[in-house]
Design a protein around this ligand. Structure first.
Ligand SMILES: [Fe+2]
Ligand SMILES: [Fe+2]
Length: 277
């Protein structure tokens, strides 16, 4: 599907129904969670993903301070987007609780508190720098968003494959439907913005090439992020998955021809983790 304007992308997005409706959530058979085994090694992965989903809020607050976040089309998208990511975090938390992992009432506050001061200061600085570049930075933001959404989607797909837990799979499949709509929004707006100017394309490619790190790294300790990536994308199959579903899609954006940054970074992390083990 090719759009002519950002508004068309938003109209498309708004026509997509939510996958995680109240009705869907109400029908989840939580009592069944304990009936199926869940390998312990996936617990830190689920906690990491829960936290990243929950921290979307913080990213949203930051982005609202920039010209990207002030754009009426993007801010309208982001309002629904951040609500959906919150639901994802909450469902993952509930799943962990039902599986016997206690997280306590204050888990959300704890997740937000644990983000390092360095990260907060650094993000603040980045936002201020972004404001200097202004509107021209929107394409970069949108490209980052697209990569994050695509890699999250692949993470969930791998989690379904590896855990084979029926209740978790059902939840993740619905989450994936929402992540795919997010990807489509970010990717399509990025494409339109990148088409606009050569400066924008060069800037976006430069920033992704030099500064992209996996979703959640920075806000969460590197150790946790690396563990999650290595657990999900270990082996040739995992890396192929990233190449096919993230890198190749990214390369289709104007100015991103041949960029293998995401695959390179993921394989570097997987290799470093395998050599530790
Ligand atoms: Fe999500
Ligand atoms: Fe998402």
């Amino acid at each position: 599907m090719r759009f002519e304007t950002n508004r068309d992308v938003l109209d498309w997005y708004e026509r997509q129904p939510r996958a995680l409706t109240k009705e869907f959530i109400g029908k989840i058979v939580w009592e069944d969670v304990k009936k199926y085994p869940l390998d312990e090694k996936f617990i830190p992965v689920l906690l990491y993903m829960r936290d990243v989903e929950t921290l979307t809020d913080m990213y949203y607050d930051e982005l609202r301070r920039t010209p990207t976040g002030k754009d009426p089309v993007i801010s309208r998208f982001m309002e629904r987007w951040s609500t959906e990511e919150q639901t994802h975090g909450e469902l993952l938390n509930r799943f962990l609780n039902e599986a016997g992992i206690e997280t306590g009432d204050k888990w959300k506050a704890q997740v937000k508190k644990s983000v390092s001061n360095f990260y907060v200061a650094n993000t603040y600085l980045l936002t201020s720098l972004t404001n200097l570049v202004g509107k021209k930075f929107t394409a970069t933001h949108m490209t980052f968003g697209a990569i994050h959404e695509m890699s999250t989607t692949q993470g969930y797909r791998r989690l379904i494959e590896l855990t084979k837990h029926p209740v978790l799979s059902e939840i993740l499949r619905a989450m994936i439907r929402e992540e795919s709509a997010h990807t489509h929004f970010y990717w399509s707006v990025a494409r339109l913005e990148l088409k606009n100017s050569e400066f924008t394309r060069k800037l976006a490619r430069f920033i992704v090439k030099n500064f992209w790190t996996p979703v959640g790294s920075g806000a969460k300790p590197k150790k946790e992020s690396d563990y999650t990536i290595a657990t999900l994308f270990d082996g040739e199959e995992g890396l192929d998955w990233i190449d096919k579903n993230v890198s190749q899609k990214l390369q289709r954006l104007p100015g991103f021809d041949g960029l293998t940054k995401v695959s390179d970074k993921i394989s570097e992390i997987v290799l470093s983790q395998t050599s530790v083990a």
